[in-house]
Design a protein around this ligand. Structure first.
Ligand code: NAP
Length: 293
């Protein structure tokens, strides 16, 4: 029999991930701070918990997919927090993107509850989440991760075992450093070409025709064409992750000069009020820094 799942956090990513768990036949209870976001899941057949604690009391595996540390602390240790109901027979999976050191800290804080803890952030945005095609980056006990694979494969197409607790978060920071650099590089180059008088379509065709092509550039090209940056991955979340990258790099002594610049540029985007737009709105930051049209 499939275990009972409790899913907290029904944002851009969490809502479709939870829906896919439900569609795969797992009994599902959901919780979201803004209750209205649970309604579509309830219509699909999920139970809706009144609090994180009530959710944890009714589930064998508890999943969190929220913004980051502050949200996790609120849901786990805030009023009616889930951790109050955690016990040794349950598993807690954090799928939110956080730093590896935060994951280790969280593991220590959860230790008194004896719950089994796995960090499993994801690579992929809204569309792969809807399609159940995420890549799951799992850290923790290897056997436990293997046991969770059927659940993970309701949300993703692949599970990559990254190592002990915290290494899932490390892999997520690794891939998001690359993502941020690629997105910024694409926007910077297109803006450079624009100021040099190149036609956008000709630049996109040049990228698509050579070794520089990447699926992400193809997905985001439409945003540059339409100058519409509706969030698949909100820019503010990449700013958050750039901070985690820079902090982690400092702890490791790893040089991330371009990562430092990324943090600055994405923060600038947030300061300009574009945090809820897509990461490709980094194009607006490039234009903002350019001579007026
Ligand atoms: P989102 O749409 O902004 O949703 C954030 C979720 O966190 C919502 O459920 C929100 O609840 C909840 N939340 C925020 N602050 C909270 C608090 N203080 N207390 C309780 N709940 C709180 O974010 P998302 O895009 O789904 O991203 C979720 C996580 O996945 C993030 O760590 C992000 O970096 C990561 N991620 C995102 C993508 C992507 O493409 N979007 C891809 C990979 C990974 P409310 O509804 O009440 O605001």
């Amino acid at each position: 029999m499939k275990p009972k799942i409790g899913f907290m956090g029904l944002g851009i990513m969490g809502a479709p991930m939870a829906a896919n768990i439900l569609k795969a036949g797992y009994p599902l209870t959901v919780y979201n701070r803004t209750a209205a976001k649970a309604e579509p899941l309830a219509k699909l057949g999920a139970q809706v918990a009144a609090s994180p604690k009530a959710l944890a009391q009714d589930a064998q595996i508890i999943v969190a997919m929220v913004t980051g540390p502050e949200a996790l602390y609120e849901l786990l240790f805030g009023p009616e927090g889930a951790a109050e109901a955690f016990g040794p027979e349950q598993v807690f999976i954090n799928m939110s993107s956080v730093s590896p050191s935060f994951t280790l800290e969280l593991g220590k804080e959860l230790a008194p509850t004896a719950i089994r803890f796995v960090d499993a952030p994801v690579s992929g945005t809204k569309k792969p989440a809807e399609d159940g095609a995420l890549v799951i980056l799992a850290g923790g006990n290897r056997q436990r991760v293997q046991e969770l694979e059927p659940l993970f494969l309701t949300m993703g197409k692949k599970v990559i075992y990254c190592g002990k607790t915290g290494q899932g978060s490390m892999m997520k920071m690794f891939i998001n450093l690359l993502l941020g650099l690629m997105m910024e590089g694409f926007a910077e180059a297109l803006n450079f070409g624009r100021l040099g008088g190149l036609d956008l379509e000709a630049m996109l065709e040049t990228v698509a025709s050579g070794a520089m092509n990447a699926p992400m550039f193809q997905v985001k090209a439409a945003n540059f064409r339409d100058q519409k940056f509706q969030a698949a991955f909100p820019l503010k979340h990449l700013a958050k992750d750039a901070k985690f990258v820079v902090d982690t790099a400092y702890e490791l002594g790893a040089p991330v000069p371009a990562g430092q610049m990324l943090l600055h540029l994405y923060r600038l985007g947030v300061a300009q009020g574009w945090g809820d737009e897509d990461i490709s709105a980094i194009a607006k930051v490039m234009e903002f820094l350019s001579p007026p049209k």
